[in-house]
Design a protein around this ligand. Structure first.
Ligand SMILES: Nc1nc2c(c(=O)[nH]1)N[C@H]1C(S)=C(S)[C@@H](COP(=O)(O)OP(=O)(O)OC[C@H]3O[C@@H](n4cnc5c(=O)[nH]c(N)nc54)[C@H](O)[C@@H]3O)O[C@H]1N2
Ligand SMILES: Nc1nc2c(c(=O)[nH]1)N[C@H]1C(S)=C(S)[C@@H](COP(=O)(O)OP(=O)(O)OC[C@H]3O[C@@H](n4cnc5c(=O)[nH]c(N)nc54)[C@H](O)[C@@H]3O)O[C@H]1N2
Ligand SMILES: [Mo]
Length: 754
């Protein structure tokens, strides 16, 4: 064995519970945020008073006095509240070249950014710049471009709705739809599939549906780490006797048992509740075959039991049923078994659970979306739901688990590189601008544009583009070719060091902080995974007196870029109610925004598909009849590698090198493999390996010296961590259907290290 400082053990404890509590205390201590951290928890996610958890997009459970908090949400808040600071002295002491040698962890660990900085090539350092000079620089560069489409405006899914609206308004008034966002890497597939099937880009289920479903299918998500508050819904589901089927190549912690931290008695007694009733270890990309197999079993059952299908629903509300049935019936079991990686018995068992249930909800995340056929797989999920009328009623429906806390709100409020004409017409009418109609660039195409010289200015509203995007060196080279890169951030990260000829770091307020404007303390709104829109109000003193809010930074850039703009940028920033008044006119479902967002729990955006109104060409829910893809590599030597998060990270932010629920300590440069695949390759437990990925264009990329660990996953598959493994994903490795990078489907060869 190589390095012995790491360890791997099976994890037998329940998810959440004391392990989580202890971990929270460690984080509080490390960030020197004890008093602050615990006070903050009690202000988070509270009925219209307090800030929205900046972590994931799981909805807040605000009923009664239940304090709905989770370990990772707390870590995330504390991360923002650290008492450490990155100030001008820090930048004077360290050249950018020196900082490039630091780890991502070390960079973020320096604390909060405190004032605007500009890159000074002569000294290779960032030096202070006033806000007005920073805005003037952005304006001058943007105005100097030959074509507005030479700029690209990225959003990471933290941005509140009001800032989001101003940001897209600025880009469109300036003249481009180049609005890539992190959603291009997570749920683009869900948006496109649901739009095609149901005429809406979002799920239709809400938290109450989670609370009343009697069968839940949880697909391709590591909920205990990435949506921990789902554990509450799962324990409650188990307690009421619901079936909970987890579909995942890995048996993740959320599929076993959990103790919910706010259930103090359970915590004290160590009483764990089960959170799963069946695990189906599909092969990577095998979800569509599983769904189709379930449909096939239902059709068979229907021959003797007319209740197996909801014939009335199908006749009344759907289109394309008979084509779909013919296709499914023509697909042999052998193919479904092979492509799903499951046995016929397992698929039939899942189908029986489904047909015995009156109210079924199907949820999914990146394990389903980040594949070549993500959209087809999601449409197949919808097909299966439609077969039994699991739509538009309590306890049922599709429920994608979104990522960043406001990624869904970003799309609703206009971050869309492919906006509909309808949306743009309303925007124009409400704001008096003339938005461009030509579609813009997404994440993948922004990187391509940086390389061919058609993208010269990059603005990042949050996020860490260079680390989050695929093909790290290629993306880095693209950013370096830009004339100007602007990063609006709270903490130092690699995207500040990998910069254009000119570069700005613009530090902003975090969501936990007070946002004081001319008309007083401002609130911003967010939309969760289940379409609830509610207010978030920061409570803490800002990390530095020089920070501006995101709306103020956007307005500053807009004023400098569009000197003749008729948009009242400063007037908007003085009072966010004014932004909301304009949003109420521009966005469907936001009527009377200012009043409704102040209702005790905010309001739920109307979901036409939930009312069985379908904005599809046929006006009905569309069955899709996509061919079943072959997801098995032709060469048995090739493994399908997925890149995922550890328990202790937030996307590109790494809290520690541990992955508690997978039993790993102190190691991130690892690859999980099936024991037989290890044996076949002469790889030992803990042995070092080289990983070579072959990209779609035939080019190869490699990572050397990773540690191989035995893990319970399907033969032929492998797993490791993002963002380190992004170097293996070619820039051209994205889905033809969704343009999403294939982050869960890399074709690799793994051999003992040379
Ligand atoms: N603590 C924490 N919370 C987070 C984040 C974070 O980094 N840290 N990130 C946030 C963001 S932006 C997002 S988008 C979400 C991401 O949430 P997840 O989707 O849970 O993210 P991953 O860690 O990529 O895990 C992917 C899961 O899919 C499974 N999987 C892989 N391939 C397949 C497949 O072919 N089929 C099926 N059925 N499953 C598969 C993996 O085994 C793993 O369980 O979480 C959000 N919440
Ligand atoms: N290989 C692989 N790659 C992936 C994925 C994968 O599963 N596998 N997942 C993809 C997914 S789903 C996503 S969403 C992306 C994540 O992509 P991003 O959203 O671009 O990345 P994050 O790591 O969430 O961004 C962290 C940075 O955001 C800044 N920040 C934090 N809070 C705030 C705030 O309130 N305001 C502002 N302005 N800035 C703030 C901080 O400076 C911090 O360094 O990564 C993608 N990349
Ligand atoms: Mo995401």
């Amino acid at each position: 064995m190589a390095d012995q400082s790491w360890s791997q053990k099976d994890y037998h404890h329940p998810a959440a519970g004391w392990g989580a509590a202890i971990s929270v205390n460690k984080v509080l201590a490390k960030e020197r945020a004890f008093g602050r951290g615990s006070a903050a928890m009690f202000r988070m996610n509270h009925e219209n008073d307090g800030f929205d958890c900046p972590g994931c997009a799981w909805p807040d459970d605000l009923k009664g006095l239940k304090l709905d908090i989770c370990e990772n949400g707390i870590k995330h808040v504390v991360w923002e509240m650290t008492s450490k600071r990155v100030d001008r002295d820090f930048f004077a002491r360290h050249t950018v070249s020196e900082l490039e040698g630091w780890s991502d962890f070390e960079l973020e660990d320096q604390g909060r950014l405190t004032e605007p900085m500009v890159y000074d090539a002569a000294s290779d350092t960032y030096v202070p710049i006033s806000w007005s000079d920073a805005f003037a620089l952005v304006g001058a560069e943007l105005r100097a471009l030959d074509d507005p489409n030479q700029a690209s405006f990225y959003t990471s899914g933290r941005l509140g709705n009001e800032a989001t609206f101003l940001y897209q308004l600025m880009a469109r008034e300036y003249g481009t739809n180049n609005l890539p966002d992190c959603s291009n890497m997570c749920h683009e597939a869900s948006g496109r599939a649901l739009q095609a099937s149901l005429g809406t880009g979002k799920g239709t289920a809400d938290l109450e549906d989670w609370e009343t479903a009697d069968a839940l299918f949880i697909m391709g998500v590591n909920a205990a780490s990435n949506a921990p508050r789902m554990l509450t819904a799962l324990t409650e589901a188990f307690d009421r006797g619901a079936q909970i089927v987890h579909v995942n190549p890995l048996i993740e912690a959320a599929s076993r048992k959990a103790i919910i931290p706010h259930e103090m008695v359970d915590m004290a007694l160590m009483k764990a509740t089960r959170t799963g009733t069946l695990n189906l270890q599909v092969r990577p990309g095998g979800d569509m075959a599983l769904m189709r197999g379930m449909a096939k079993a239902l059709f068979e059952e229907f021959r003797t039991d007319p209740k197996a299908l909801d014939v009335e629903f199908i006749e009344r509300y759907t289109h394309g049923f008979s084509d779909y049935r013919d296709l499914v019936e023509a697909t042999p079991w052998s193919e479904l078994v092979e492509q799903s990686g499951l046995t016929e018995k397992e698929i039939r068992k899942a189908a029986r659970i489904y047909s015995a249930s009156d109210r079924t909800l199907i949820s999914w995340c990146l394990g389903v979306t980040q594949h070549e056929h993500g959209p087809d797989a999601i449409r197949e999920i919808v097909n299966v739901l439609l077969l039994r009328g699991n739509l538009g009623r309590e306890g049922a429906g599709p429920s994608p688990v979104r990522g960043h806390s406001n990624v869904q709100g970003n799309r609703t409020c206009g971050i869309d590189h492919r906006p509909s004409t309808d949306f743009l017409d309303r925007l124009d009418a409400a704001t008096g601008i003339t938005a461009p109609r030509e579609h813009g660039r997404d994440t993948v195409s922004t990187i391509a544009g940086m390389h061919d010289g058609t993208v010269k200015v990059f603005v990042g509203m949050g996020g860490n583009f260079v680390m989050a995007a695929p093909d790290t060196p290629y993306t880095a080279e693209g950013l370096r070719r830009c004339e100007l890169t602007v990063q609006v951030s709270t903490k130092l990260n690699r995207s500040h060091l990998v910069h254009g000829r000119k570069a700005l770091i613009l530090p902003c307020l975090g969501r936990t902080e007070k946002d004081e404007q001319k008309h007083g303390l401002m609130e911003t709104s967010v939309e969760d995974s289940m379409s609830m829109v509610h207010l978030s109000r920061g409570k803490r003193k800002p990390a530095s007196s020089h920070l501006l809010s995101e709306p103020a930074i956007i307005a500053g850039m807009a004023r400098a870029t569009l000197p003749d703009s008729a948009t009242p940028w400063d007037w908007y920033v003085d009072d966010y109610d004014r932004i909301r008044d304009t949003m109420a006119k521009a966005l469907i479902g936001f009527e009377d925004f200012n009043r409704r967002v102040r209702l005790p729990l905010g309001f739920r955006l109307k979901q036409p598909a939930r009312e069985l109104v379908f904005a599809t060409p046929s006006g009905r829910a569309e069955f899709s009849s996509a061919p079943l893809p072959d997801v098995i590599p032709a060469d048995p030597d090739v493994l399908v590698l997925q890149t995922m998060r550890s328990h202790d990270q937030w996307n590109t932010t790494i809290y520690s090198d541990d992955d508690r629920y997978r039993g790993v300590k102190n190691l991130r440069t690892l690859v999980f493999l099936h024991k037989d695949d290890m044996r076949a390759r002469g790889i030992e437990q803990g042995g070092l390996v080289d990983i070579v990925a072959t990209c779609k264009d035939g080019s190869t990329r490699e990572l050397r010296g990773y540690t191989a660990l035995r893990y319970d996953l399907p033969r032929g598959s492998a797993a490791g961590y993002m963002p380190e493994m992004n170097v293996l994903i070619g820039a051209g490795d994205y889905s033809e259907q969704s343009d999403q990078p294939l982050m869960k489907n890399l074709k690799v060869r793994i051999t003992p290290a040379r």
